[in-house]
Write a protein that binds this ligand. Structure first.
Ligand SMILES: Cc1cc2nc3c(=O)[nH]c(=O)nc-3n(C[C@H](O)[C@H](O)[C@H](O)COP(=O)(O)OP(=O)(O)OC[C@H]3O[C@@H](n4cnc5c(N)ncnc54)[C@H](O)[C@@H]3O)c2cc1C
Length: 428
């Protein structure tokens, strides 16, 4: 029997009134839809399906929010992990325009779900991408022009160094692209809030119920490690970077990569506000980027680093602090209270990977570190498709994807070699 699963030791888990562990699935049950995975993707799918009158069972292998959704930087950002121009090259202008609009709809949906279900998750407006090098500065100016003129995205502001410094007390940056429409939230509270709303709408959620097999067919059977089963008409696969050996044909299109965050001790309101006056979220323009923001209790949550093996760096706390002090040397005296990591699922082109296997197994994964808003939308789109409206899901599903070269054992070294050039560029 599996021991009681627990969240990683993060500031998120420590600052959330965690609900009691939900039951493990132990027998055979029937449902219209079985959702595998209790992150934002799975919880949003289950919620939207239940609201449409479907009988839904959600199986989470650990705890709801245990994966990336409960560990994330929590930055809710427009667009995708790849540039919009790359999407246009992949799918053409018309779909690219729709994808752009869907990325904005994803942020609207996040705000709507939080308001509708009264989820207290510290939603805060404002986010800036910031330039460290002249080529970042040029890229931000071009991005500003592209989004404001070609996509008519209103509100986006290009900030020269002085204006950025008036909001962000770091001398590291040359300029910033500020978006008042993006923002940040407490991702574990948000995920648990969605799960609670799903349960209130009738979804049967089970924790500590890892799925070991999906028997495909007109009536799929989802089997858990302890032999319990869900007989259903449709399966939704929402395991993202944590999915293993359930659907190899989609798993090789993503690669799990570790990324890491630390939380300082509480700084006090005045000191926190002196660092980031408008309390926006920030991400720099490096390939291996730093991303950070303030928490509601006035800590700095500072994320960065990657591990292609998903093994955390030796002395994680020290490695993250070094990066934080490069941005804010004035925090030398500040203690680190928590440091943790989680896996993101990246695709080769950094666009999310949506689709169907057979006609009744739906999946959405590979948000490539850009999933806080898109995962909620993914759930809505999968629910729409299952209930008969395919259009928006199909726009996402038309993005072409290739499997990582090297198959199960060698995709990691191939990825590391492929990314080495960009990591070296960060140093120049
Ligand atoms: C440290 C970190 C920082 C991040 N920062 C940001 C950010 O600032 N902004 C942003 O937009 N994105 C960020 N991301 C990415 C974002 O958090 C993810 O894209 C998003 O949370 C993915 O949600 P999900 O529901 O698809 O997957 P997850 O939240 O990973 O959920 C998948 C769930 O499926 C379960 N599961 C897997 N296999 C099985 C199985 N066989 N049986 C049952 N259950 C199974 C897992 O236990 C897990 O709980 C970050 C991610 C990490 C790790």
């Amino acid at each position: 029997m599996m021991s009681t699963p627990a969240h990683v030791n993060s500031w998120y888990a420590a600052s959330t009134g965690l609900p009691p562990v939900l039951p493990t699935l132990t027998d055979s049950v029937q449902a219209d839809v079985c959702v595998i995975g209790g992150g934002i993707t799975g919880c949003s799918t289950a919620l939207h399906l239940a609201q449409a009158g479907y009988q839904v069972v959600l199986l989470e292998g650990q705890r709801i929010g245990w994966g990336a959704s409960g560990r994330s930087g929590g930055q809710m950002i427009f667009g995708y992990a790849c540039e919009q121009a790359n999407l246009t090259r992949l799918v053409g202008q018309q779909d690219s325009q729709q994808l752009w609009e869907m990325s904005l709809a994803a942020m609207d949906l996040t705000r709507h779900l939080i308001a509708q279900h009264q989820i207290e998750c510290d939603l805060t407006a404002g986010m800036a991408h910031v330039a460290i090098k002249p080529r970042h500065d040029r890229a931000l100016r071009e991005w500003h022009e592209e989004l404001s003129q070609h996509y008519q995205y209103e509100g986006l502001q290009f900030w020269e160094q002085t204006q950025l410094r008036s909001q962000l007390d770091s001398s590291r940056y040359l300029s910033g692209l500020y978006d008042p429409n993006s923002g940040h939230l407490h991702p574990l509270k948000y995920t648990l809030g969605l799960a609670q709303a799903a349960q209130a709408a009738g979804v049967r959620c089970f924790e500590a119920s890892p799925v070991s097999k999906v028997q495909r067919g007109a009536k799929p059977v989802v089997v858990t490690e302890n032999g319990a089963q869900v007989q259903c008409s449709t399966v939704v696969v929402a395991g993202n970077a944590y999915l293993r050996h359930i659907l190899p044909e989609i798993e090789y299109r993503v690669m799990p990569v570790g990324t890491y965050i630390m939380a300082t001790e509480p700084l006090g309101e005045a000191r926190a506000n002196a660092l980031i006056r408008n309390r926006m979220a920030i991400a720099d323009m490096n390939f291996v980027l730093d991303y950070y923001r303030l928490s509601a209790d006035h800590r700095l949550l500072f994320g960065g680093l990657v591990s292609y093996s998903t093994v955390p760096p030796v002395n994680l706390n020290h490695a993250l602090r070094k990066r934080m002090l490069a941005v804010f040397p004035q925090l030398q005296d500040v203690r680190t209270d928590y440091a943790w990591g989680g896996n993101v699922a990246i695709t080769l082109n950094r666009a999310p990977h949506f689709g169907r296997v057979d006609s009744n197994i739906y999946f959405a994964h590979g948000f490539s570190g850009h999933g806080i808003a898109l995962t909620g939308l993914a759930g809505q789109l999968m629910a729409e498709a299952i209930t008969g409206t395919q259009e928006r899901f199909d726009v996402m599903a038309r993005i072409p994807h290739h499997a990582f070269l090297g198959g199960r054992w060698f995709r990691m070294p191939v990825l590391v070699l492929g990314n080495l050039y960009y990591r070296l560029r960060d140093l120049l």
